[in-house]
Write a protein that binds this ligand. Structure first.
Ligand code: ADP
Ligand code: MG
Length: 396
């Protein structure tokens, strides 16, 4: 069993004040939520608490405030409005987090009502995990629930603080995320095919190491492929490259070989002369990248090779796009791989902010088994790290 902490199911919430940390860090435009995925992801726990007659007090951060007080463009009010719309019931909002106004709003809350507090990061003590703010927040509740998977890897005031003063439980989203992202590696249906791309080897070292230990096949794409090419002795022109990590990349290739893990690297690439929306691509084999060209995407032969490997998978874990998918002409590799994963008869788990954005861009989200709501947190779990927010909860 991958999840070893108490959840809201274990708590008696009837008539209780439930202080819950959610991840409502949503994108806004002109005061309106443009992507409500994270609000939706919190609904099961909120609905459960309301159905069980709790007083629900929600808190979250949004964006990166200075920590010097209220900033209108980073208010959580639009998220509270979106929540009201999705729940189809009234959601109270208070433009305060740690002061008198917040306390009054909490005191006025009745059973079965929801209150959203203002952005916890308007006060810089939140990020410093100051015990003073943890005490204030904890005083609002009888129990604490953490459902903010996206920030569970941050030891910050509203994430871990209240657990020192209140019985602390996991919400359903947190439980599902941790359970999914750990059990695919502890007990996967095999073959397990892992796909890793994105920009840099250096930012994915822990993930790559862990995947070489658990996957049957490791597919590599994106900008990081070029550092692996250098390790194989190819030249890569002006492609993204990390000279300090060539040796480490070479060690990984060796380790994979020793362990019998199949590593697939691109056999061809779409290259161009500059990084830009207007750049024109041409396909070259991996060992023939011209000195004045940079790799922007995997090529068609690579797509074929990778699609074949994905077809045979029973479990797929994917993190990191195959190319610069933000530019349409270099999105083909990422799109083809996303389609291959969507079409494969397998459990498919997608983690990482940009990979999730890519899957959404191609409208394939509903064809995947699980799409993680937390980029950084999902990477830390895959690296085998414990998340501070989860650690602070009561053991089951
Ligand atoms: P994730 O957020 O899914 O973990 P990363 O943040 O590691 O993924 O990487 C995503 C970024 O990698 C994207 O912005 C994409 O443009 C970039 N990228 C992918 N392939 C290349 C490439 N060949 N050259 C430069 N950047 C690339
Ligand atoms: Mg990213």
């Amino acid at each position: 069993m991958a999840f070893t902490k108490k959840t809201v199911r274990d708590a008696d919430v009837d008539g209780k004040r439930v202080l819950m940390r959610v991840d409502f860090n949503v994108p806004l435009k002109d005061g309106v939520v443009t992507d409500d995925t994270r609000v939706r992801a919190a609904l099961p726990t909120i609905q459960y608490l309301l159905d069980h007659n709790a007083k629900v007090i929600l808190m979250s951060h949004l964006g990166r405030p200075d920590g010097t007080g209220f900033q209108p463009e980073l208010s959580l009010r639009p998220a509270a409005e979106k929540l009201a719309e999705l729940l189809g019931r009234e959601v109270k909002f208070v433009e305060d987090t740690y002061g008198e106004k917040a306390r009054e709003a909490v005191d006025a809350l009745k059973d079965g009502e929801v209150l959203v507090l203002e952005n916890v990061r308007f006060d810089k003590r939140e990020k410093k995990n100051d015990p003073e703010i943890a005490k204030i927040l904890a005083s609002y509740g009888d129990i604490f629930v953490l459902d903010a998977f996206g920030t569970a890897h941050r030891a910050q005031g509203s994430v871990v603080g209240p657990a020192a003063y209140l019985p602390a439980y996991a919400g359903f989203l947190l439980e599902k995320e941790v359970d999914t992202l750990t059990s695919i590696f502890s007990n996967p249906e095999r073959p397990l095919v892992a796909i890793v791309g994105g920009s840099k080897v250096s930012s994915k070292i822990g993930v790559l190491d862990h995947l070489i230990d658990s996957a049957d096949t490791l597919i590599i794409g994106g900008g990081m492929a070029y550092t692996f090419f250098l390790a194989k002795g190819y030249t890569v022109g002006t492609s993204l490259q990390e000279p300090d990590w060539i040796e480490r990349a070479g060690e990984m290739l060796k380790k994979a070989e020793e362990k019998g893990v199949k590593i697939l690297l691109p056999v061809d690439n779409v290259v161009t002369d500059h990084f830009g929306e207007d750049a024109v691509g041409e396909v070259v084999p991996s060992d023939q990248i011209p000195a004045d060209r940079m790799g922007m995407d995997i090529g068609p032969k690579t797509v074929e090779l990778y699609t074949e490997a994905i077809k045979g998978a029973k479990t797929v874990f994917w993190n990191g796009p195959m190319g610069v998918f933000e530019f349409d002409q270099f999105a083909k590799g990422t799109e083809a791989i996303a389609r291959a994963v969507a079409d494969a008869n397998c459990t498919s788990i997608i983690g990482g902010g940009d990979s999730v954005a890519a899957v959404n861009k191609f409208h394939l989200a509903d064809k995947m088994s699980w799409i993680s709501t937390g980029g950084g947190a999902s990477m830390e779990l895959v690296e085998g790290k414990a998340l501070p927010g989860v650690e602070a909860l009561l053991d089951a």
